[in-house]
Design a protein around this ligand. Structure first.
Ligand SMILES: Nc1ncnc2c1ncn2[C@@H]1O[C@H](COP(=O)(O)OP(=O)(O)OP(=O)(O)O)[C@@H](O)[C@H]1O
Length: 345
């Protein structure tokens, strides 16, 4: 059983006299990759820095592996950190960059050599050990920064937007490699990103933040399929956010297995509409008014005969549906998810 390895209890953070984070609590399980996801300014970096011991005005408790660490200085916490900007030493070779922390710890040359070479092998950079940072690509530099942090075997590795400075293709490849290192070496990682695709792809757990508050924590699947409030429904993925009354006008009487409530918000993901009937589904007559090609899927704007505009996405495996021609879409009421009362917005 994975225990709660990192526990944040009633965390408060003040920066330049502003109370940025108030009474925040969440847990991170051992040997998992947990992502902090949220819009710009939501407080992700601020909380990460507080865990690392880099913020001064912090209240509440931070427990790591059962021990309270909030009063310890940053270098007494056994926490590693990787930044967007790599922060490598430009005048040191790649080997020396990775060896730096072990030298500070006064490890023997034999141990340093063995551990640095093993770590360079993990990040596939043994052939670059004598090179200098400015001879490496951005992705390689970030792998050195990750190796430099991992070689110290920290209890927790914090990664603050580590992929933001890289181009799209390298981002995808490096995020998969980070996930591989995490699983292979059994490290607990806390990873900050504002890219939900990135968070969905690599996380065991996602902590979604907005305006200094945790909005929801859960697996990528749960975050997507069962948003707990209106912010979550709108922030994650494409969506139709509808009132119970609007769904009633479409002919639905239940949603998510419960009686439809007129003044509650519901979310319907665009890919849950189907052009094919099933016994459970409600038929919705209308027509497509626009379409755009997304590659693997086609995104449509649909207008129901009751004049409700809906976003619909269908797999791109057949002829696109015709615009302006009457057609019927089907929606299984079990796929409609309640996200809270109207006044929760
Ligand atoms: N030194 C500071 N003094 C005062 N306010 C600050 C300071 N640093 C950050 N803030 C504020 O704290 C809030 C959270 O900032 P933070 O950098 O943690 O957000 P973030 O979610 O990491 O954003 P981004 O994705 O843009 O990096 C923001 O409103 C920001 O303006």
């Amino acid at each position: 059983m994975q225990s709660d390895f990192l526990q944040i209890q009633g965390l408060g953070i003040t920066l330049s006299g502003n109370n940025i984070i108030k009474d925040m609590s969440f847990k991170v399980r051992r040997n998992t990759l947990t992502t902090f996801l949220g819009p710009s300014g939501s407080g992700k970096t601020t909380v990460l820095r507080a865990i690392a011991g880099l913020n001064t005005e912090v209240s509440g408790k931070i427990l790591l592996d059962g021990e309270e660490i909030q009063s310890r200085s940053a270098n007494q916490r056994n926490i590693g950190m990787v930044f967007q900007s790599y922060a490598l030493f430009p005048n040191m070779s790649i080997f020396d960059n990775v060896a730096y922390g072990l030298r500070v710890q006064k490890k023997s040359n034999d141990v340093i050599n063995k551990e640095v070479m093993a770590m360079l092998q993990t990040v596939s950079l043994t052939n670059k050990k004598d090179a200098y940072p400015d001879q490496l690509s951005g992705g390689q530099k970030q792998r050195v920064a990750i190796a430099r942090a991992m070689v110290l075997k920290p209890k927790l590795l914090l990664l603050d937007e580590p992929l933001s400075a890289l181009d799209a293709k390298i981002r995808v490849s490096l995020r998969e490699q980070i996930r591989e290192y995490q699983q292979k070496l059994g490290i607990t990682m806390l990873f900050v990103t504002h890219d939900q695709g990135e968070a969905m792809a690599i996380s065991d757990d996602i902590v979604v933040m907005n305006e200094g508050k945790v909005q929801q924590q859960g697996s990528p699947m749960a975050i997507y399929a069962q948003p707990e409030n209106v912010f979550m429904a709108q922030f994650i993925g494409n969506h139709n956010l509808l009132m119970g009354t609007q769904l009633q006008q479409l002919g639905l009487t239940t949603a998510g297995g419960q009686t439809l409530v007129a003044d509650t918000h519901y979310v319907v993901r665009p890919e849950l509409f189907s052009p094919e009937a099933t016994p459970e589904a409600t038929a919705i007559a209308g027509q497509m008014t626009a379409c755009s090609m997304l590659g693997d899927r086609v995104q449509y704007h649909f207008m129901s005969d009751t004049k409700l505009p809906l976003k619909v996405e269908l797999l791109n495996h057949s002829e696109p549906l015709k615009i302006g021609v009457p057609l019927t879409l089907y929606l299984d009421p079990a796929a409609v998810h309640p996200v809270g009362p109207a006044n929760a917005e």
